[in-house]
Design a protein around this ligand. Structure first.
Ligand code: 5AD
Ligand code: SF4
Length: 454
């Protein structure tokens, strides 16, 4: 008997109700995707899925390590469970994900968070039935020290809450070692899933009616390195687009040093691929980009964007920026500001540099004051806000297609392939999870308003 079955049997004996698990996700879409696997594997072991930690028998925090403030927030949330755990010692509190791939964090949990029962790493999801079984069987803390694994486990069951939107991991890990980033240390070396496994999962999703499917990887443009027979990301996109169905295919994230003209041409030739590309630039200064180990220049970044705009007139780019990298001068920040004004990004995610132990940048002298970093961040946010409002206004009067995501009083909220949200009123029922054609009538805050077209 395997541990999925053993855990199922044990929980049937132990509980008079169906035990509930609540998984709380912090961080990126990759973590959301991992949480769906965690839910899937525990659902298969007899657990019900709950949206809240109250009344749950197992609470799992799937954590993020990308910036210090993410970690502080997570510890705050874990701390809140202390009282609940004291009232209900049978409740399991588990912490997993990127944050606990760092030895100093595991040591902190061991010492200062005695009510945390289970700690497991990012690549140990398939071992969860075994770990939970052991906790019930022994009532002993199951805290594993971080081990970065290199294998790929296929066929983990996935519990998807949405009926229309889904993500598929096409690769794991990262080999880029951008000097500020903890990801390569916590998620390990880059490895790609075999195309046939991705295709099988993709076909299944399309046949189940999923309409918005995102391919995930830390650097999707380097997909396929070391796979035999040879395949690259553009080939994968072309292969997937041959699957018939009504869907939009997204991907994230791309890396400016690796995105090729072949990828752009493939997007141009396949209308099913979203015309919205996330291409993190990080900085507008070549000196800072080099210190960040990004391995492209601002000029190369602009070149690939110009090529894409030439080939795909309706393409839009979103990006990430870090301000306050160690040693960044005001003049260098101004170069970033200039780039942001020039690029007209459809969306911009802006971050203050956060020192991550163990990364190259952590040893650089950081002489930029926090006050200055915050000021730069706020300036960028303001600049982008103005660009965003103009972008929203550019849709007025246009006809767009969007996927209905949420019901609203007297109508619905839908999302366009470029991620813009559109609200519309109608008394039609049953539009959830389907594509609709809308005529944009205006905007309200950061969302568009529209009329439903027949
Ligand atoms: N500090 C601030 N932002 C960071 N990012 C990654 N590491 C750090 C860090 N140490 C940002 C980058 C990346 C995004 C996912 O998070 O902009 O593209
Ligand atoms: Fe981090 Fe750079 Fe890898 Fe992205 S590409 S995960 S920023 S190391």
């Amino acid at each position: 008997m395997n541990y999925t079955e053993k855990l199922h049997e044990l929980t049937e004996e132990k509980f008079s109700h169906i035990p509930l698990v609540n998984v709380q996700t912090f961080g990126c879409v990759q973590n959301e995707n991992d949480s769906e696997k965690i839910r899937g594997i525990l659902a298969q072991s007899g657990f019900g899925i709950s949206d809240s930690f109250e009344n749950s028998d197992v609470v799992i925090f799937n954590t993020c390590a990308i910036r210090e403030n993410a970690e502080l927030k997570i510890f705050g949330n874990i701390g809140k469970l202390k009282a609940l755990k004291a009232e209900n010692p049978d409740m399991i509190v588990a912490v997993c994900g990127c944050m606990v791939m760092q030895p100093h964090i595991v040591a902190k949990i061991k010492k200062s968070y005695p009510f945390v029962d289970i700690v497991f790493g990012v690549n140990s999801i398939e071992e969860l039935p075994y770990i939970v079984y052991n906790w019930y069987a022994s009532n002993k803390r199951q805290i594993s020290d971080p081990v970065v694994k290199t294998d790929i486990v296929e066929d983990i069951p996935v519990y998807r809450q949405s009926r229309s939107k889904a993500t598929i991991s096409i690769m794991y890990g990262c080999d880029n070692f951008c000097s500020y980033c903890i990801v390569p240390y916590v998620r390990g070396r880059e490895r790609s899933r075999k195309p046939e496994n991705i295709l099988r999962e993709f076909r299944q999703l399309v046949s189940e009616g999923y309409k918005d499917i995102t391919l995930l990887g830390q650097n999707v443009d380097s997909y396929g390195k070391n796979l035999d027979p040879q395949i690259d990301f553009a080939d994968l996109l072309s292969m997937l687009c041959k699957v018939e169905g009504d869907y939009v295919l997204h991907f994230m994230s791309s890396h400016p040093k690796d995105i090729t003209r072949k990828v752009i041409d493939t997007i141009r030739d396949n209308p099913k691929v979203s015309r919205q590309i996330h291409l993190p630039v990080q900085s507008g200064s070549n000196r800072i980009l080099s210190l960040m180990n990004r391995r492209y220049t601002v000029e190369q970044y602009k070149d690939i964007i110009s090529y894409a705009k030439e080939q795909i007139p309706d393409v839009g780019f979103s990006s990430d920026i870090i301000v306050g990298f160690p040693g960044e001068t005001y003049e260098e920040y101004l170069e970033t500001e200039k780039l942001v004004k020039e690029m007209n990004f459809t969306q911009l995610f802006t971050f203050i540099y956060s020192k991550r132990n163990g990364t190259k940048a952590a040893s650089l002298e950081d002489n930029v004051s926090h006050r200055e970093k915050s000021e730069w961040l706020n300036r960028l946010i303001k600049i982008q806000q103005d660009i965003f409002f103009k972008y929203l206004e550019s849709f007025e009067g246009k006809t767009v297609r969007a996927l209905v995501e949420e019901t609203k009083p007297q109508g619905y909220s839908a999302r366009m392939a470029n991620t813009l949200v559109v609200h519309f009123k109608t008394d039609k029922k049953d539009l959830m999870d389907s594509f609709v054609n809308l005529k944009i009538t205006g905007k309200k805050g950061t969302v568009l308003t529209a009329e439903l077209l027949q």
